[in-house]
Design a protein around this ligand. Structure first.
Ligand SMILES: Cc1cc2nc3c(=O)[nH]c(=O)nc-3n(C[C@H](O)[C@H](O)[C@H](O)COP(=O)(O)OP(=O)(O)OC[C@H]3O[C@@H](n4cnc5c(N)ncnc54)[C@H](O)[C@@H]3O)c2cc1C
Length: 480
């Protein structure tokens, strides 16, 4: 194997390019946390009384939302409770609780958004049907911009304290050649990290709570509520004990993932779609003995080794979706070994000599989407708004980036601010989206994949510069 040290190229190198605009926060529009709770906040298009959404008596589930909730109520276990849920849809809520913002989904996008809104003084509820600290289907490499966000929010030290190992090199294996890149310490980013989602998502939830947000797990969105003008004005949810509750909100934020119910019910339009999808199998191994991130590329296959918490390394194998459907779906474990061996024999041998740490996971792939991320009374963030193939490992970084752009827009208030959120998200995402789709096509030879990586690297540098140009984020008022 030819090995070269390469200090500058590739997508996890340090920033070099110029920034995008910086005025994302509007401290003057943000109510002080200590302010009176009943003072109106002037925000065109978002009627908020500080500390609670306005009490519009007409706020109730829309016809489509009611139908969706009834469909929802008929699936899964616990039919009896669900029949009660269905009966309650459409009834005006008695003394509904009320928040400035309700965030549906409390993982990297939702918990980060809730934290940032709470730090700006808004009264926030985040809810998630999953349990606190649960895992989700995802490998978890953070790019520099993602690590930078955790640093800017004062959370990077906690990630390290949780035992997440710093990754000081990234090695790209193109066929038999290896290009090793040092991760240069800069702007508070000392290394890259790849925290397990059980660690990262819980850390963000804790930070959201410390910042003043209320977070409820095992709580499911049943339906959006709309007022007489069709504006989203709240949610109907089922809590951990099965009770159904109506909650009013100045804005409902869908951070509920790729198959977002908030996107569906609000009618968010998709205006950019990916053409390709990658099938992925991954597992965790102890004793792999690789330092730093390793990414492997060979005609028609790709793989990666990502050191994470508890001394384990996440090793994934990726192929075009058609090959996944024909070959890996039937026998993922065997297919996994074959793809690893085809991609890099040394990696396959390292896995053979390692101890499994947990069960294998597989993802058949999904085409990317870019959705309109806001409308009357609603907004989207994270995968709900914008998803791209995981092969470029950028979704969590996107979520942490866009959480801040959205929180600033919501705090500023008004349609213009939300339109600006969409513009900035698109400006930072379009090229990443297209390059990712090209990588996911597997229609490349080794020179072309390297060119695609250089384009990714340039975009990621631009992304870092844009984040560095943002105003600083208020610290948690109740920080431990
Ligand atoms: C195989 C795979 C590998 C990946 N690898 C990487 C990687 O290495 N690096 C990277 O940056 N990204 C990676 N990604 C992408 C990354 O996982 C996503 O971009 C990221 O999880 C998006 O976070 P999110 O908070 O938007 O959504 P999610 O993580 O999907 O969270 C959405 C939450 O919403 C909740 N929810 C949904 N519906 C409801 C409802 N009706 N009521 C209440 N709660 C609800 C769910 O319970 C869930 O907890 C990968 C993805 C896959 C599939």
């Amino acid at each position: 194997m030819k090995r070269q040290r390469h200090p500058t190229v590739a997508h996890q190198s340090a920033p070099t390019e110029d920034a995008s605009p910086s005025d994302t926060t509007a401290a003057s529009n943000v109510p002080p946390r200590s302010g009176r709770r009943d003072e109106p906040i002037e925000r065109p298009g978002l009627v908020l009384i500080q500390g609670r959404a306005s009490r519009d008596p007409a706020c109730r589930p829309s016809r489509e939302a009611g139908a969706a909730a009834r469909r929802n109520g008929r699936t899964g276990v616990g039919t009896r409770t669900q029949r009660r849920d269905t009966a309650s849809i459409g009834r005006p809520a008695a003394a509904a609780a009320s928040y400035d913002a309700v965030v549906v989904g409390a993982r990297c996008a939702g918990a980060a958004t809730a934290m940032l809104l709470a730090r700006r003084g808004l009264r926030v509820l985040a809810l998630d049907r999953a349990r606190y600290g649960s895992d989700t289907l995802s490998t978890h490499a953070l790019m520099r911009a993602g690590v930078l966000q955790l640093h800017r929010w004062g959370l990077l030290a906690r990630l390290r304290e949780a035992g997440t190992p710093p990754l000081r090199t990234t090695t790209f294996h193109y066929g038999d050649d290896a290009v090793e890149i040092d991760i240069k310490p800069r702007d508070g980013v000392d290394a890259l990290y790849a925290p397990r989602r059980t660690v990262l998502d819980a850390l963000l939830v804790d930070a959201a709570r410390e910042s003043g947000a209320e977070v409820r797990h095992e709580t499911q969105l049943l339906a959006l509520q709309r007022d007489g003008d069709g504006r989203v004005c709240g949610v109907t949810v089922r809590g951990a004990e099965g009770a159904v509750e109506s909650i009013r909100a100045g804005i409902v934020i869908g951070a509920d993932g790729r198959r977002s119910q908030v996107a569906r019910e609000s009618g968010a339009r998709t205006y950019r779609s990916g053409s390709h999808r990658t099938g992925v199998v991954y597992g965790y191994w102890s004793g792999i003995g690789l330092a730093g991130n390793h990414w492997y590329y060979r005609s028609g296959v790709s793989a990666g080794a990502i050191p994470t918490n508890d001394g384990a390394t996440c090793v994934f194998a990726a192929v075009p979706s058609t090959r996944f459907d024909e070959e890996l779906r039937r026998d993922p474990a065997d297919g996994y070994r074959r793809v690893l061996a085809a991609c890099d024999e040394q990696l396959a041998r390292a896995v053979d000599g390692a101890r499994p740490a947990g069960r294998p996971f597989f993802f058949p792939g999904a085409r990317g989407h870019m959705r309109r991320p806001w409308g009357p009374g609603w907004a989207l963030v994270g995968d709900a708004a914008y998803f791209k193939d995981p092969l470029t490992a950028h979704g969590i970084t996107d979520a942490l980036r866009d959480a801040e752009l959205l929180a600033a827009a919501v705090a500023r208030g008004g349609d213009d601010a939300l339109a600006r959120y969409q513009e900035r998200r698109d400006a930072l995402s379009r090229e990443l989206f297209d390059v990712t789709d090209a990588v996911a096509s597997f229609d490349w030879d080794l020179p072309r994949i390297q060119r695609l990586h250089r384009r990714l690297s340039e975009e990621m540098n631009r992304e870092v510069e844009a984040l560095l140009a943002l105003d600083s984020v208020p610290p948690a008022s109740r920080s431990a």
